[in-house]
Write a protein that binds this ligand. Structure first.
Ligand SMILES: [Zn+2]
Length: 419
């Protein structure tokens, strides 16, 4: 399968982009006759796709179900009772819905942490996106043993999965997983070279509890003593971190995931973006789940990330648009082990075509500024992931079926949760 994107705007110039298999194979004037599919790029701008480095994709079914309340009330009385009633079919359709929403907003990859994993795998296989699917662990949950079992089952069939899917080991957090579990996760990550995905220092409660229980150590210091922190580790949130923590995160090569919308909505605090970048910490961007966001748009996430970094610095010079754009694209892709995030020959063929006639992209003094501050999902026309067209001119195959089934599953789930 080969694709030619003809006369598209790339880095301010008109050119052709060739895709063969799952790679970008050439950029420059090319002959239409040599390609299976030709896309007219005359009114389009080609940009790298987004890489969402922390989410819980099936939570789309809980979008708008419980908002504007204290974290523990939200979890204990709303989210956890509903999650207890989830079935594999809900996970499948919830993730299909998430994938569709991500495709519409130009995202081709997500780093997921949830359970009932066979539903997630099926949804990713069929949607055509890339994902890292976490083998979830939570020692505090009633379903602890089921999580371990389904992780093992998925691990045992890892060779049968699409190349677009990676597996990670995903202990929920330090306050839900014991020391033995965390050490074992670190060993597995090292032995097999897989990512380790964990929530780190999301709330002041977690920070203070850790210091009390572990001899005054911060969550980052504690995880470091257990060997959990490495260049394979994705530390979601990383809100409450001290200078010494940032030095450890930078030295170990940990990838912190900034989730500003979720952190604002739950009033958790904010990752110190400017300081982290200055200290050489690897930072990526993620939406978190849709019950604390409530969408999966990386456009929204970039804009909020930029605005809150100004607030945190008490200065309009927070993080620069180029830095914000990079954590949403290239930094996320490369941290995830993908040769993507930039449109150039030899890279994986993940490409978004924007509508050059979008009002939000007009005029174009600075495309990156428009992408961070002005653009939204409506600017995305066509999305290619791994050399396959997932959306063309706003059309995704099977969209009506996904919407109908997601509605049906959400309705059943709510009825079951209310007893
Ligand atoms: Zn999360």
């Amino acid at each position: 399968m080969s694709i030619l994107i003809k006369q598209v705007e790339l880095n301010g110039k008109r050119t052709d982009i060739a895709i063969e298999g799952n790679l970008i194979t050439d950029i420059g004037p090319l002959d239409d006759a040599c390609f299976d599919t030709v896309i007219d790029g005359s009114y389009s701008i080609a940009v790298p796709a987004f890489y969402n480095c922390h989410t819980h994709s099936p939570m789309t079914l809980l979008r708008g179900y419980a908002d504007d309340m204290e974290l523990m009330d939200w979890l204990n009385n709303h989210i956890w009772p509903a999650e207890a009633k989830l079935q594999e079919e809900d996970i499948y359709w919830g993730t299909r819905l998430a994938c569709m929403e991500m495709i519409h907003s130009g995202t081709v990859y997500f780093n997921d942490m949830y359970f009932l994993l066979s539903g997630t795998v099926r949804a990713v296989e069929e949607s055509g996106l890339r994902a890292t699917i976490g083998m979830f662990l939570n020692d505090a949950a009633p379903n602890r043993d089921m999580f371990i079992q389904e992780g093992k089952e998925l691990w045992n069939r890892r060779d049968t999965l699409s190349k677009r899917i990676q597996l990670s080991i995903a202990p929920h957090a330090i306050y839900t997983c014991n020391e033995k579990t965390l050490r074992e996760c670190a060993e597995m990550s090292e032995k097999y070279g897989i990512q380790l995905h964990i929530h780190v220092s999301e709330t002041m409660f977690e920070f203070n509890q850790c210091k009390e229980q572990h001899g005054g150590m911060t969550p980052v210091e504690y995880l470091d003593t257990l060997g959990v922190l490495s260049e394979r580790t994705f530390a979601a949130h990383s809100v409450h971190v001290r200078d010494h923590d940032m030095e450890i995160l930078a030295a170990r090569g940990v990838h912190c995931v900034f989730n500003p919308v979720s952190n604002l909505k739950l009033m958790s605090g904010l990752l110190p973006l400017r300081k982290m970048l200055d200290k050489g910490v690897s930072v990526t961007l993620g939406t978190d789940g849709t019950s604390s966001n409530n969408n999966l748009s990386m456009f929204d996430e970039m804009k909020v990330a930029s605005l809150v970094s100004k607030l945190a610095n008490n200065s309009p010079i927070g993080a620069q648009v180029d830095e914000i754009y990079k954590i949403a694209t290239q930094a996320g892709a490369e941290a995830s082990g993908l040769n993507a995030g930039v449109i150039e020959k030899g890279r994986l063929a993940d490409i978004v075509l924007l509508d050059a006639n979008s009002p939000q992209l007009t005029p174009s003094h600075n495309l990156v500024s428009n992408l961070v501050y002005s653009a939204d999902t409506s600017c995305v026309k066509t999305v290619i992931c791994d050399g396959r067209i997932l959306m063309r001119d706003g059309f995704i195959e099977g969209e009506a079926e996904v919407i109908e089934n997601a509605r049906r599953c959400a309705k059943r789930l709510m009825a079951a949760a209310r007893g």
